[in-house]
Ligand binder design. Sequence first.
Ligand SMILES: CCCCCCCC(=O)SCCNC(=O)CCNC(=O)[C@H](O)C(C)(C)COP(=O)(O)OP(=O)(O)OC[C@H]1O[C@@H](n2cnc3c(N)ncnc32)[C@H](O)[C@@H]1OP(=O)(O)O
Length: 225
Amino acid sequence: MSATGGVAGGGAGTGYASIFVQEDVSTAEVDRLEAVHAPLADSVRDLVAATIQTCVDEDEVREVRAEVDALVARLRARRIDGPAGVRYNAEGRSWSWGNAVVGERNAVAPPLDVVRDPDDLVHAETVLGVQYEGPPGMVHGGVGALLLDHVMGVAASARKRVTFTGTLTMRYVRATPLGPVRIEARVDREEGRKVFVVATLADPDGVTVEAHGVFIVPSWAVTDA
Ligand SMILES: CCCCCCCC(=O)SCCNC(=O)CCNC(=O)[C@H](O)C(C)(C)COP(=O)(O)OP(=O)(O)OC[C@H]1O[C@@H](n2cnc3c(N)ncnc32)[C@H](O)[C@@H]1OP(=O)(O)O
């Protein structure tokens, strides 16, 4: 789902109407809040990796678990009811703090900083750690698809239009080792409401996954403008 720069609502029956929410908050305040919360997500990422890799003794594991449970209770003392959704302000700034790929507050997200070049090539780089393992020492195929889907969605969503993933096709050329990866995506062509996107996932030695996708501007998002 894409909502770059503020897209009003979803159509009746889409289930998205309550997800795209306009907030009366300045961009400076959004940036300030992100600067407070993003480091927490970073620390939780470290916690996830440490949970996988730790070799401390069993009593220590039980004690750490109790401390983590206490921290969870502190954070839940005041919280929103459901997902973070996609929010935007009058200045056109949007934020999706829970997004599985780029959510500033989401420790599950790698995270990914997605960049659009002036020529509309969209790219992102990140380092995939032990949390993203599939085959031994290799990136899980679904994780590669997750990252590709998001970056391709950004490519398809140029000029602030909404697009949703319709069909994604992956060709896993060779296994992707855990470590640094780069994703690149660009629009190949458009037919009506269908945006065809091509993309690659690469490690430092070259392309490991090739992807093709059809992203759709949903009928409810079509305007006459
Ligand atoms: C900036 C952040 C980027 C984030 C990127 C993340 C991407 C995501 O994860 S999005 C979430 C995953 N995707 C979804 O949940 C989508 C679920 N599906 C839907 O909402 C709808 O089926 C949707 C929007 C894809 C199409 O609905 P609708 O607008 O009614 O399409 P419809 O009118 O039937 O068809 C329009 C055209 O698209 C084609 N089409 C429809 N569905 C698909 C599909 N799944 N695959 C390929 N083509 C399709 C139709 O054949 C038709 O083509 P033509 O114009 O040639 O006849």
